[in-house]
Design a protein around this ligand. Structure first.
Ligand SMILES: Nc1nc2c(ncn2[C@@H]2O[C@H](COP(=O)(O)OP(=O)(O)OP(=O)(O)O)[C@@H](O)[C@H]2O)c(=O)[nH]1
Ligand SMILES: [Mg+2]
Ligand SMILES: [Zn+2]
Length: 387
C-alpha cells in the first residue's frame, strides 16, 4: 500500500521542525518540568528520533519512520551492556547478543549517538547460519538477534571524549554524581560539569559524596552543604562506616539510576553495599594510584528493591558534549532567577556592564567557585562551536 502524501514513507529519513522545547534553552528554572516532559515522550515509539546539533541553523530532528520490519513481529528488550558493536539485550526472560541492522547503524553513526546501555530496542531473532550472524556469540552462550529500531530516548547522558560524543547511558531517571571526600581528591568543579550534562540530558541529579570517613578537615561536608543550599539533593555517605546508605536507597527505589564519577570514588562499592548479591569488582588503593579503572564497561543491573542501576567506569575528565554556550546559563540553577536583571538580553555574564549575575557574585549571592565553573565551561563550549 502506498502511504498517503502527508505521511512520510516507511524507512525514509525525514526532516521535521523541532518541537519548541528543543530550541534555545528556556531561561526559566524549569529543568524539573523538562525532565517530566521527557518522560512523556516515550509513547512515541513508532519512530527513531534524535537531535543533531551542528549549530542552531540545523537543529531539526531527523527521524526514521518505520522500516521494512513490522514492529508487531519484533521482540523488545533493554540494552544492558555493549561489547564493541554487539549489544547485550535483556528481553525480561533472557539475554540476547544483538548486532545492529546496517541501515540503522549508519544512521546512528551519522547522528553521532550510537546504541547505549539503557536503550529500549526492537530486535529480530537470528537463526543459526543466517548471514547476519557474523559475530560469535558462542562464547557468550546467548541467542543472537539484530536490532532494527531504537525507541526515542527519554534522557541521555553524553560526554565528549577525544573528539567523539560518548553516550554514557540512555533513559535513566537519576544521575548519581559520585565523588569522594578524599582518595581521589575532591574537586567541586567536576561536580559542576556533571550537573550541566545531567540537566542537558533531562535527568534528575543527585550528588553523592562518599568516603565521609576520610573527611578530616570538614571540607567535603562543607561542599555537600553548599550544593544542598543550591537546592540539590546532596548526600554525604560512607560505605566504610555504612552511613547514609538507607537514605540513598529510598531516594532511588523503583527508578533507573546511573552512577557516574571519577575512578576510585566507590561507585561499585556503593552498589554492592545496597545490593550485596551483585558482588561487583572493587578496586584496591594501588589501582587508584596507578590510575587504573576497576569497572571497565557500563552495565545495567536490577535492584531487588525495585528499579535498575547502571554502574559505569570512572571518568576522570568530563567534557561536555552538544551543550551550546548560550544554553549553559539555564543549567546553573542559582543563575536562572537573576538572568532577567541583566541589562542586555544576550548577556553572556562574563564582562558585560549591568550584568545581574556578576552583581550577584559581587554581592555574595552566587559563589565565586560556581561562577568560575560557568566561565570555564562557557569558553570550552565556544571553543567546540568553532568546529
Ligand atoms: N575509606 C573508604 N574507602 C572506600 C569507601 N567506599 C569505597 N572505598 C574504597 O575505594 C576503593 C575504590 O572503590 P570502587 O568501588 O572500586 O570505586 P569505583 O568508583 O567503582 O572505581 P572504578 O570502577 O575504577 O570507576 C576501594 O578500595 C574501596 O574499598 C568509603 O566509604 N571509605
Ligand atoms: Mg567501579
Ligand atoms: Zn549577565
Amino acid at each position: 500500500m502506498t502511504p498517503p502524501d502527508d505521511q512520510p514513507k516507511r524507512g525514509r529519513k525525514v526532516r521535521v521542525n523541532m518541537r519548541k522545547n528543543r530550541g534555545k534553552a528556556a531561561r526559566a528554572n524549569d529543568w524539573t518540568r523538562q525532565f517530566n516532559d521527557g518522560r512523556g515522550r516515550v509513547d512515541d515509539s513508532q519512530r527513531v528520533e534524535n537531535v543533531r546539533s551542528k549549530g542552531s541553523h540545523s537543529r531539526k530532528r531527523t527521524i526514521i519512520v518505520g522500516d521494512e520490519a513490522d514492529e508487531s513481529t519484533l521482540l523488545t528488550g533493554l540494552v544492558v551492556t555493549m561489547r564493541g558493536l554487539v549489544a547485550e539485550v535483556d528481553d525480561g526472560t533472557r539475554h540476547w547478543a544483538c548486532s545492529v541492522r546496517g541501515k540503522l547503524r549508519t544512521f546512528l553513526i551519522a547522528e553521532r549517538v550510537p546504541i547505549a546501555v539503557g536503550d529500549d530496542v526492537f530486535f529480530s531473532p537470528v537463526s543459526a547460519g543466517e548471514e547476519e550472524s557474523r559475530f560469535t556469540s558462542d562464547s557468550l552462550d546467548m541467542p543472537e538477534g539484530v536490532i532494527e529500531k531504537v525507541a526515542p530516548r527519554r534522557t541521555l547522558l553524553l560526554r565528549q571524549y577525544e573528539r567523539r560524543v560518548q553516550v554514557v547511558a540512555a533513559n535513566v531517571d537519576n544521575a548519581i554524581i559520585t565523588v569522594a571526600a578524599d582518595q581521589p581528591k575532591l574537586r567541586p568543579h567536576l561536580i559542576d560539569r556533571y550537573l550541566v550534562a545531567v540537566h542537558a540530558g533531562k535527568m534528575r541529579p543527585l550528588i553523592c559524596i562518599n568516603k565521609s570517613d576520610l573527611d578530616v578537615d570538614g571540607f567535603a561536608a562543607d561542599v555537600a552543604r553548599r550544593y544542598a543550599q543550591l537546592g540539590y539533593k546532596s548526600l554525604f555517605i560512607s560505605v566504610e562506616s555504612r552511613t547514609g546508605l538507607e537514605e540513598l536507597r529510598e531516594h532511588i527505589r523503583n527508578t533507573t539510576s546511573v552512577f557516574v564519577g571519577p575512578s576510585g570514588v566507590g561507585k561499585s562499592s556503593i552498589i554492592n553495599a545496597l545490593e550485596p548479591t551483585l558482588d561487583l569488582k572493587i578496586g584496591v588503593l594501588t589501582d587508584l594510584e596507578r590510575g587504573k579503572h576497576t569497572t571497565t564497561t557500563a552495565r545495567l543491573l536490577r535492584w531487588s528493591f525495585g528499579g535498575f542501576v547502571v554502574d559505569t567506569p570512572g571518568m576522570r575528565q568530563f567534557d561536555l558534549a552538544e551543550v551550546r554556550s548560550e544554553e549553559l546559563e539555564a543549567y546553573f540553577i542559582e543563575f536562572v532567577d537573576l538572568i532577567p536583571q541583566c541589562k542586555y538580553p544576550n548577556c553572556t555574564h562574563r564582562h558585560e556592564t549591568g550584568c545581574g549575575i556578576i552583581a550577584a557574585v559581587e554581592a555574595g549571592r552566587i559563589t565565586q567557585e560556581r561562577y568560575d565553573s560557568y566561565c570555564k565551561m562557557f569558553e570550552e563550549c565556544q571553543e567546540r562551536e568553532k568546529y
